[in-house]
Design a protein around this ligand. Structure first.
Ligand SMILES: *Cc1c(COP(=O)(O)O)cnc(C)c1O
Length: 403
């Protein structure tokens, strides 16, 4: 009999989106007419299409694949073509982070690398995750049998947890701008995390999937904008939210050449080396047309076109934020993020508030409880809808709560 990985028994049931779907279905069956006006503000997926230059590049590359002279098979290194890695390196420079092309590996997205990166670490690490958090950080560590400890993101710290000097960690997951809370770390706050990591000889795994949504000056677009971060941090990024690549699939992970840890015998190990070995053994690279499409994102034209989409979402976030301000509801996010994380009114818990919005105004959001215990009376709204639907949902919310 094959022995199974029984760590899977320790995973929390994937309850959130299943339960949401179940409640929407039940409501729709009982109220078929009203259900026609349902507005979904729970989506964590982009809705605007790929930029025209991106599509053009992908089509052109696809045609090359059909011609003997320009056809490409396996990529030599599987780390990503130089043209793309150079483009990403240039992008980092544009916001003041020094990342060389050879420190970057192209991937099929941030989620897989967030999980895969665990392969280069041994067992027995103390893994620190902020609560609430994007579920993959916790789930992938539970699958590997690691101990996960939490740093609380609460109203007091603006839903941006800070390090506790009395608690030791070996691995630290940070996400800024944050999903689900929309909060961000400022330069000073990231400096504090970097010095905590260096003091603990810990490694930060920094998820920057929403960096393109940053609008404020003192909020770094990369952890490598912080001094000494290259000695302690891995950064994982994605074109999913930046450039509508959720269905196209492309991301990149940076493991700096300066990131060195000691093995149990006291020898220096360059993490980039074992990550390269891991990827070389288990991953064969991203398709050529997708890498050409990704390259186009980093051209001036691509940047301009992608920014148009982001601006569209940011306008939705502004509509939501203004409504909550008017209603006197506390929230984080919306400024540097497509997410708004609000406090449920009248001390409702997040599922009660979910039911109220569904039943009374046919608006669907995401209960905060699904992202960790500190989400128990919080609710996530997303800015990925249309202006019209977002504005309509906010009108309904005002009418409901001003009653
Ligand atoms: C959407 C998202 C990602 C992107 O994942 P991909 O696999 O690249 O699509 C990564 N991290 C967070 C926190 C996200 O919300």
């Amino acid at each position: 009999m094959a022995k199974l990985n029984e760590n899977f028994n320790n995973l929390k049931k994937n309850y959130l989106f299943v339960e949401i779907a179940k409640r929407i279905k039940a409501y729709s069956e009982q109220n078929p007419e009203k259900a026609k006006n349902l507005i979904r503000m729970g989506i964590g997926d982009v809705t605007l299409p790929l930029a025209p230059v991106v599509v053009e590049a992908m089509v052109k590359a696809s045609r090359e694949m059909g011609v003997k002279e320009t056809f490409r098979g396996y990529e030599d290194s599987g780390a990503g073509y130089d043209f793309l890695r150079e483009a990403i390196s240039g992008y980092y420079k544009s916001f003041g982070a020094d990342v060389s092309a050879d420190e970057i590996r192209v991937s099929d997205g941030a989620k897989s690398d967030c999980g895969n990166i665990i392969d280069i670490f041994g067992s027995g690490n103390k893994v620190l995750v902020t609560d609430p958090a994007y579920p993959v950080y916790v789930d992938s560590n539970i699958m590997s049998g690691n101990d996960v400890i939490f740093a609380d993101s609460t109203e007091e710290n603006g839903f941006a947890a800070m390090p506790d000097k009395n608690v030791h960690a070996d691995l630290i997951y940070l996400c800024s701008p944050n999903n689900p809370t929309g909060s961000v770390y400022t330069t000073e706050q990231l400096e504090e995390w970097v010095s905590y990591a260096l003091e603990n000889n810990a490694v930060i795994i920094y998820d920057a999937a929403y960096e393109a949504f940053i609008t404020e000056d003192n909020v770094p677009r990369s952890i490598y904008c912080i001094k000494n971060a290259k000695k302690c941090a891995i950064e994982i990024c994605s074109l999913s939210k930046t450039a509508s690549f959720t269905g196209t699939r492309c991301g990149y992970t940076v493991v700096p050449n300066d990131l060195i840890q000691k093995d149990s015998k006291g020898n220096d190990v360059r993490l980039a080396e074992i990550w390269g070995r891991r990827q070389g053994s288990k991953f064969n690279g991203v398709s050529y047309p997708v890498q050409r499409a990704a390259e186009a994102v980093f051209t001036p034209e691509g940047q301009e076109q992608c920014r148009e989409n982001i601006k569209y979402y940011q306008e939705n976030a502004r509509i939501i934020a203004n409504t909550l301000d008017e209603l006197g509801i506390k929230y984080t996010g919306g400024v540097n993020s497509p997410y708004i994380w609000l406090k449920c009114p009248n001390n409702m818990d997040s599922w009660e508030f979910f039911d109220m919005l569904l039943n009374e105004i046919q608006v669907v959001g995401t209960p905060g409880a699904g992202f960790g215990k500190n989400g128990a009376n919080r609710f996530r709204l997303t800015a990925f809808g249309t202006h019209e639907k977002t504005a309509e949902a906010m009108e309904r919310l005002k009418a409901l709560l001003k009653k």
